[in-house]
Design a protein around this ligand. Structure first.
Ligand SMILES: NC(=O)c1ccc[n+]([C@@H]2O[C@H](COP(=O)([O-])OP(=O)(O)OC[C@H]3O[C@@H](n4cnc5c(N)ncnc54)[C@H](OP(=O)(O)O)[C@@H]3O)[C@@H](O)[C@H]2O)c1
Length: 336
């Protein structure tokens, strides 16, 4: 094995994904096992996972057989450190990002890895300067095109993407209303993010709460959850309003997602609304712009990344189930 002399490779735990969930995700479909530390072949890289992404998309992927197959290791976005490399593009100690198996050590072909510059604390590559940060940055600023003075509504506002979008909206001079599950999460948004108003969708009367917090209607809705929240928000939009469809988190943890929402297409037509989806990867040519600006705003104290860190690879399935039930404030990740 190349260049491993200085590293002690002790044990390798792996989470297997054993069966497609029926209904809500439970941890019994995961199985923890010990495997050998794999040897990198020609053109391959051995790395140690440092952080794993815990996100609603993990659950959505389970319903997509071309992405995740039962009987294989559980996978997600991960940030790791190269232990040994048989590819000239990677060296021991490099920080890398990959869609990787949930295990301590993994081997992947070099072309499946992205090298990060390593100039920031490593957790930021999993959060602010990774998928979550880029999704908020491009979805809100590029796709959403906010204007100062607009009323912006954000769903899953206390989550990873949502908590950043709330701050980017404040930075853009908008009035920001956040939707979250529970009074405590709403209080967190008010206390930590200085949001203008909140809606607790679990308290019911969503239509009434939308009218109360957005009396003149919503200019721009950044939607992370879809489902009944999107349905209610359609009625709260101003004529000519824009809806950015970021995700459908309310519908992933089910084998029978809701059809709809009501109001598409008629409310969209009558209110002259624009609904726009985006995959953050479509902006890959501009990732360095996002990294530069997001980091600058952090340094200037204008935004703050909030991380919900779950300690230990052994806790990863519990962390994912808890996330789907709304346990997190900010960006969820497992520190391996
Ligand atoms: N377009 C893209 O390229 C892209 C990339 C990455 C992620 N995404 C999407 O972005 C969204 C946010 O991702 P994230 O990683 O930041 O996750 P997150 O918002 O941190 O976590 C998901 C949140 O969804 C909320 N939720 C769960 N069930 C709900 C329900 N039935 N109704 C309303 N809210 C519910 C929960 O908050 P409450 O406690 O408030 O319910 C939970 O905390 C997801 O939909 C994800 O798929 C899109």
């Amino acid at each position: 094995m190349a260049k491993t002399e200085k590293v002690t490779l002790q044990g390798n735990r792996q989470w297997l994904y054993t069966a497609v969930p029926e209904g809500k995700l439970t941890t019994d479909i995961f199985k923890l096992q010990e495997i050998d530390v794999p040897e990198p072949g020609p053109g391959e890289v051995l790395f140690r996972n440092l952080y794993l992404n815990i996100m609603p998309g993990n659950r959505a992927y389970m319903m997509m057989p071309d992405v995740m197959q039962a009987g294989r290791p559980m996978t997600s976005l991960a940030v790791g450190e190269v232990v040994a490399s048989n590819d000239p593009g990677f060296a021991q100690g490099d920080v890398v990002e990959a869609f990787a198996p949930w295990q301590d050590f993994a081997v992947m072909p070099a072309q499946a890895l992205t090298k990060r510059d390593g100039g920031h604390p490593v957790e930021h590559y999993m959060g602010l300067l990774g998928q979550t940060g880029y999704t908020a940055y491009f979805g809100f600023l590029h796709a959403g095109q906010p204007r100062a003075g607009e009323t912006v509504l954000v769903s899953a506002a206390a989550g990873g993407v949502g908590s950043l979008v709330v701050q980017l909206a404040k930075l853009s001079g908008c009035r920001v209303v956040g939707i979250a599950g529970g009074r405590e999460k709403c209080a967190w948004l008010e206390r930590e993010l200085g949001i203008d108003a909140t809606i607790d969708y679990k308290a019911g009367n969503l239509d009434g709460q939308l009218k109360e917090t957005c009396p003149e209607g919503v200019d721009l809705f950044f939607d992370n959850v879809g489902g009944p929240v999107l349905e209610a928000a359609l009625d709260a939009m101003k004529f000519g309003g824009r809806i950015i469809l970021c995700g459908n988190a309310s519908q992933y943890d089910s084998d029978q997602p809701m059809v709809g929402p009501k109001g598409v297409p008629l409310t969209v037509i009558l209110k002259n609304l624009t609904m726009r989806g985006f995959p953050y990867g479509a902006y890959s040519q501009l990732f360095s712009e996002a990294e530069r600006n997001l980091w600058k705003w952090v340094q200037e104290g204008r935004i703050k990344p909030f991380y919900h860190v779950i300690e230990g690879l052994e806790q990863a399935p519990d962390g994912l189930v808890a996330l789907l039930n709304g346990s997190n404030r900010g960006m969820a990740m497992v520190r391996v």
